[in-house]
Design a protein around this ligand. Structure first.
Ligand SMILES: *Cc1c(COP(=O)(O)O)cnc(C)c1O
Length: 399
């Protein structure tokens, strides 16, 4: 008997669960876009976007998703024929590299595979060989949502500093901003991209690019920046319409205002990070217990290198695919597919899934997902070790 009726839970890594308060803040008549409440409210959003990223840098808002934010960063960072180095640790690193390549950038990818973090020593080798300093930027994801790896951004910054290499460091925090600790200025990040529909808990539709003065100076000579993607008027424009190169994303801005207030002024960013860390550890504890009695494993072996917003895992024999289907039809929970782990025509494609614990999620939601997964494994006869729910509960109890 299906028990799926009730409030559905989309536990995929974006769009994340959105607070009703955010949705309600968007539910209003169209505001005046020339003056008044919207214009005043928008001015206050920029300082808060700096706070959430730990930076005093510039920030540009685009009506775009994450792919748009990548393209925005590329357009301002590069000229046609410039060189970029991409440290790829999953599908999203590869995606950013493809985007830059298609825009005419000469991209070199160091592919660290689908279940390992970027190794700073290998990045150092490539940069050390670039004695002419022709590599203009190093691109890396903080948390790659496909593999759920979390890269060591300060270590990559240290490579650039130790070599005295002037390349800019550009980081994709689309899956990690507002979930995993990130300090743009302290970590020496020049460009950072994010989008609204993950840790920021707003519907898809806003892309963000933060950029340092160094990046701004470098962008003066880039020849890929078309009028819409040019970050300068968006960040330092004199007129309101310049901030969005046209009509503002009015309702998304009201939603974003609400979510930034919740994150920064109510819960507080350190608590938001700690909540994500604890829920992540509960998920890992469950998988580790399941794995002691079945063909089940977390994708990233080292807990220190796992993202706190999403967990990628393998359940062999097509178990992941069957379990995902069962959860959706029988329990009202939708888990994420394995992304880029195997091709859809490969039977191994059905061995991977991802559990999101990103955004407006709390203990009962994450424990509920784990309990319904356990029920699904029992119903489907997927072999698994005992004690997963006790282990997850113990993590939550100890928080
Ligand atoms: C979701 C995501 C993207 C892509 O964002 P879209 O909004 O789907 O274009 C890129 N990078 C990372 C790390 C992501 O999590």
């Amino acid at each position: 008997m299906s028990l799926a009726q009730g409030r559905p839970y989309l536990a995929i890594p974006g769009p994340s669960t959105m607070p009703d308060r955010v949705l309600n803040a968007m539910h209003r008549a169209a505001p005046n876009i020339y003056e008044g409440a919207l214009v005043e409210m928008t001015r206050g959003i920029y300082p808060d976007l700096r706070r959430v990223a730990g930076t005093a840098a510039h920030v540009a808002i685009y009506i775009a998703n994450g792919h748009g934010a990548w393209e925005a960063a590329n357009a301002n960072l590069f000229s046609r024929g410039d060189r970029a180095l991409v440290a790829a640790t999953g599908r999203f690193g590869i995606g950013w590299a493809d985007s830059a390549r298609r825009m005419g950038v000469e991209v070199e990818v160091i592919d660290f595979g689908r279940s390992a973090p970027a190794d700073p020593a290998r990045i150092a080798e490539v940069l050390a060989a670039d004695t002419g300093h022709s590599i203009r930027a190093v691109l890396v994801t903080h948390v790659d949502t496909a593999s759920s790896v979390r890269n060591d951004i300060p270590a990559i910054r240290a490579v650039l500093d130790d070599l005295g290499h002037p390349a800019l460091l550009a980081v994709d925090c689309i899956a990690s901003l507002g979930c995993d600790a990130f300090y743009m200025d302290d970590w020496g990040v020049d460009v950072m991209v994010a989008a609204s529909q993950k840790g920021l808990m707003v519907p898809p539709g806003l892309g963000f690019v933060w950029f340092s003065d160094r990046a701004l100076a470098a962008s003066q000579s880039s020849d890929l920046a078309t009028p819409y993607w040019d970050w300068k008027p968006r960040a330092v424009g004199a007129e309101y319409y310049q901030y969005f190169c046209g009509t503002a994303p009015t309702h998304h801005l009201f939603g974003l205002r609400e979510s930034l207030t919740m994150i920064l002024d109510e819960e507080g960013l350190p608590h938001v990070w700690a909540r994500h860390a604890t829920l992540a550890r509960a998920v890992w504890a469950a998988f580790e217990a399941w794995g002691r009695g079945g063909d089940i494993a977390l994708n990233i072996a080292d807990p220190a290198r796992r993202g706190h917003s999403v967990t990628a895992a393998r359940i062999g024999g097509g178990g992941a695919g069957r379990l995902r289907k069962w959860l959706e039809t029988e329990a009202g929970v939708t888990l994420g597919i394995g992304l880029g782990m195997a091709l859809p025509e490969d039977p191994a494609y059905h061995d991977f899934l991802r559990v999101a614990h990103m955004g407006h999620v709390n203990a009962h939601m994450t424990l509920g997902v784990l309990a319904t997964m356990e029920a699904g494994m029992r119903a489907l006869g997927i072999p698994h070790g005992p004690g997963a729910l006790e282990a997850a509960a113990a993590v939550v109890a100890g928080a």
